[in-house]
Design a binder for this molecule. Structure first.
Ligand SMILES: NC(=O)C1=CN([C@@H]2O[C@H](COP(=O)(O)OP(=O)(O)OC[C@H]3O[C@@H](n4cnc5c(N)ncnc54)[C@H](OP(=O)(O)O)[C@@H]3O)[C@@H](O)[C@H]2O)C=CC1
Ligand SMILES: CC(=O)N[C@@H](CCC(=O)OP(=O)(O)O)C(=O)O
Length: 312
C-alpha cells in the first residue's frame, strides 16, 4: 500500500529534510506543489485533503490555517511540526518513547515535540514519572542550538556578513516551548529556560543542572542514570551513556544529519550534584527525524525506517 504524503512548507528547512528522509521510499507517494502554488490557499486545500498524511512544516499561524483547510470528515491525518498544537486538546504529543508507540500509531492529529523540549523531556519526564525527581522542583534548562533551529530567517542571519559568534535569547522568560516542557513533564511550575545559538548549522545540547542533595528524596545521580537506561532500553533512537568520564561535548560546524538522541548524567564524586545533558540534531530527532518516525508508526511501518541512526 502506498501512502500519499503532502508536506505543507516543503521549501523550508524542516520540510526539505523530511523529503530527504523519504526519498526513494516506495511506501510513500509525495504530493508536490510548484513554486507558484505552494502558498496558494486553493492549491494547498486540495493537496491537504488529497493526502493520507499531511506534514505541516510551517510557522504556527500557517499551521493553524492548514488544519482549518482540512475537511474534518475526510481521511487526512496530520503531523504538525510547529508549536501550534503541542498542548492542544485532541492532539497526540508525538514523542513515541514517552507517550507510547501505539498512541502515535492510532492518532489522527499528531503534534511533533519542539527541538529543545525533546532534549528536556527525554531527560526529565521519565524521572519525574518514576518519582525520582520531584514534580514541584524549580527546574532550569540551559541550551545551545545550531542556527538551522530558527529556520530560514536565522539561517540567513548566521550566513550573512556580521553574523554573531554567539546569540543568547529568551530574556522575556516566555519562550514558546515553556508550556510543552511543563505539561509533558508533569511539572508544577514552568521551567526557567536559557536558550542560545552558535554558528554551527545543526546540533544542540540541552542541559538540566540539578542540586540533587537539596531534594527531599536526595536521589543519587547513579540512580537517575540507571533509571533512564532502563526506561530507554528498547528505544532504538535513544542512547543513555554510562558513567565513564567525558571531558567535553562538542557541536561540530560540519556535523552530518542524525536522528539519534544521546543522554548523559554527569555528577560530582558524591553524586549529589548533577548535570543532565541531551545531545541531538535539532533537525533530526528535534524535527524532521521525529516527523518521519511518527509517520512510520502512523502507517504501520518499521519505526526507524529511513532514519539515520549513526550516533545513537
Ligand atoms: N528548524 C528546526 O530545527 C525546527 C523547526 N520546527 C518548527 O517547524 C516549522 C517549520 O520550521 P522551519 O522549517 O525551520 O522554518 P523555515 O522558515 O525554514 O520554513 C518554513 C516554510 O514555510 C513556508 N511558509 C510560510 N508561510 C506559509 C504559508 N502560509 N503557506 C505555505 N507555506 C508557507 C515558508 O515559505 P518561504 O520559503 O517563502 O519563507 C518556508 O518555506 C516551524 O513551526 C518551526 O518552529 C520545529 C522543531 C525544530
Ligand atoms: C534556534 C532557534 O531559534 N530555535 C527556535 C526553536 C526551534 C524549534 O524547536 O521549533 P519549534 O519552536 O517549532 O519547536 C526558537 O527558539 O524559537
Amino acid at each position: 500500500m502506498t501512502h500519499k504524503v503532502f508536506i505543507d512548507g516543503a521549501a523550508g528547512t524542516t520540510g526539505i529534510e523530511i523529503a530527504d528522509r523519504l526519498a526513494g521510499r516506495s511506501e510513500f507517494e509525495i504530493l508536490r506543489l510548484d513554486e507558484q502554488q505552494r502558498k496558494d490557499l486553493a492549491a494547498r486545500r486540495e493537496a491537504l485533503n488529497a493526502a493520507d498524511i499531511a506534514i505541516l512544516c510551517l510557522p504556527d499561524d500557517a499551521a493553524r490555517e492548514a488544519v482549518d483547510l482540512i475537511d474534518p470528515a475526510g481521511g487526512t491525518r496530520v503531523i504538525d511540526a510547529s508549536s501550534a498544537h503541542r498542548t492542544s486538546e485532541g492532539w497526540c504529543y508525538g514523542f513515541p518513547e514517552l507517550i507510547g508507540r501505539e498512541r502515535v500509531a492510532d492518532a489522527r492529529r499528531v503534534s511533533n515535540p519542539g527541538c529543545y523540549p525533546t532534549g528536556f523531556l527525554a531527560l526529565v519526564a521519565p524521572l519525574v514519572k518514576a518519582g525520582l525527581l520531584p514534580a514541584d522542583w524549580p527546574f532550569t534548562v540551559n541550551a545551545v542550538s545550531g542556527f538551522s533551529g530558527g529556520g530560514k530567517p536565522l539561517i540567513e542571519r548566521f550566513r550573512s556578513e556580521g553574523a554573531p559568534a554567539f546569540r543568547a535569547y529568551g530574556y522575556d522568560l516566555a519562550h514558546k516551548h515553556l508550556p510543552e516542557m511543563q505539561a509533558h513533564a508533569g511539572l508544577d511550575h514552568p521551567v526557567i529556560f536559557a536558550p542560545s545559538v552558535v554558528p554551527a548549522y545543526r546540533g544542540m545540547l540541552v542541559e538540566v543542572p540539578l542540586h540533587l542533595g537539596a531534594m527531599a528524596t536526595e536521589p543519587h545521580a547513579d540512580n537517575l542514570r540507571a533509571a533512564l537506561a532502563d526506561f530507554y532500553a528498547d528505544a532504538r533512537l535513544v542512547k543513555v551513556h554510562g558513567s565513564a568520564p567525558v571531558g567535553e561535548l562538542l557541536l561540530e560546524t560540519g556535523a552530518e544529519a542524525t536522528d539519534g538522541l544521546e543522554l548523559f548524567v554527569f555528577a560530582n564524586e558524591g553524586g549529589w550534584n548533577a548535570r543532565l545533558v541531551a545531545r541531538l540534531d535539532n533537525l533530526g530527532k528535534g524535527a524532521s527525524g521525529a516527523a518521519v518516525q511518527n509517520l512510520n508508526l502512523m502507517c504501520g511501518l518499521p519505526e526507524t525506517a529511513g532514519l539515520r541512526l549513526a550516533s545513537a
